[in-house]
Write a protein that binds this ligand. Sequence first.
Ligand code: FAD
Length: 471
Amino acid sequence: MSVFDSLIHRLGADEVIAPGPAMQPYLREQRGLFADRSVVAVLRPVDTAGAARAVAACAELGLTVVPQGGNTGLCGGAAGRGEADTVVLSLERLNRIRDIQADDFSITVEAGCTLAAVQAAAASVDRLFPLSYAAEAECQIGGNLATNAGGMNVLRYGNARDLTLGLEVVLADGRVWDGLRSLRKDNSGYDLRDLFIGAEGTLGLITAATLKLFPPVRERATAIVGLATAEAAVALFGHLRTESGDTVTSCELMGRRPLEYTLRYATDCHDPLPAPHPWYLLVELTSSAADAQLPRRLEAALAASHGAGSDYRIARGPDEAADFWRLRNSIPGAQKGAGASIKNDISVPTVAMPAFLTEASTAVEAACPGVRVCAFGHLGDGNVHFNLTRPEAMNDEDFLPQWGALTRVVNDRVAAYRGSFAAEHGVGQLKPDEVGRLKDPVEQDLMRALKQALDPDNRLNPGKLVPPGGG
Ligand code: FAD
């Protein structure tokens, strides 16, 4: 019996997709960098027991398993690596809201629920699930947890890890760990939950999660501020946090260049302030109380910033706030209009960000004269997308092969500040070499030891995240 027939025999035809047109949606990959046509089958279980059966069957048949959620990841983590004997295991049919407890401020959902569905379920009981970002209609909560996703509200609520109370996980041998609990405190052993969050599917298959909910946002105040330097942006951020009663929910930094990309290449984007500035901060305060004073408090805090952000505009309502956010959210798409980009998703301590931006810009300009730095992102989290657009005089084909070399130039500056070369989007198959190059050797040994303990046959997402080799 062929491997494919064995899978059908064990799991049923309804749960197995053969190579062919029906498989194509599972093989596409956001940036087109990691398309894999060698996948033997796509498995689509409908519940946890089915997922456990599928993983056990793969172990018996000697197949490796690539877990897949909404397939919106940007590092090739949910794509095969072109090796034989690989299956993609899609969680998309595990998409039930299992339980929602408004009084307990918790919700239990299956891994295949989209992020938007979880947000909507929370809203239906007057609660907030605060994880939010551009791919929320497609990405799934299992993928969000596997990549420890961030987004626009990390500053206030934390990233996916901080929002998780309990997990249900299928292990590499097909056993199920039921760690679904809504406890806020539990010091009865190792925190196994945190092992699987951010593990990019290399240690287990997340099938369900219990998540934290919050009171809904009833009031928000949004401003865009023009600034002369990144130092002024960091100072203003600290000032606003203190002066606003720590109600800053988002603090997004944009260089003038990315803003210009949106004005030129995106629709419905307008220069927000009368004069141009080298840097902009998009700041949002939120309150769960109906606090009509919030915009006035933002205004007062900005006015008291001693000129750091003297040119600003406070949104006069939700439409203008949406205009400001459109500028920020249009950058990734608009950037394409200016030519190919090399993407870096880095973090350093927020106070070190100005020095990092200066030094890294100098270093990449020396390595590739004319390269255009396009820096924007979550200043409040110390995380920016330090993207590099090709020089105007160079074509995409000559620029993109410099990806590895220019990324190393950037990451060396990141390392100098004890920062992270993968702050938000993870490692996948894009950055394992940088794990090996830059992570502490002891940390690498611990990662390999965990992988060996939980997946001794290297069946779950091999070649991703965990650096090869070791002593
Ligand atoms: P996938 O892409 O399917 O998988 C991602 C990784 O998780 C893979 O390694 C996969 O094997 C593993 N995985 C998936 N499901 C499971 C599971 N149930 N159990 C175990 N492993 C699993 N990310 C951010 O953090 N912040 C952002 O602001 C952000 N913005 C984005 C904007 C856009 C327009 C796009 C396209 C992407 C953005 N991303 C962002 C990246 C991406 O959306 C996140 O990484 C997301 O969490 C991936 O979820 P997914 O369901 O699509 O997972």
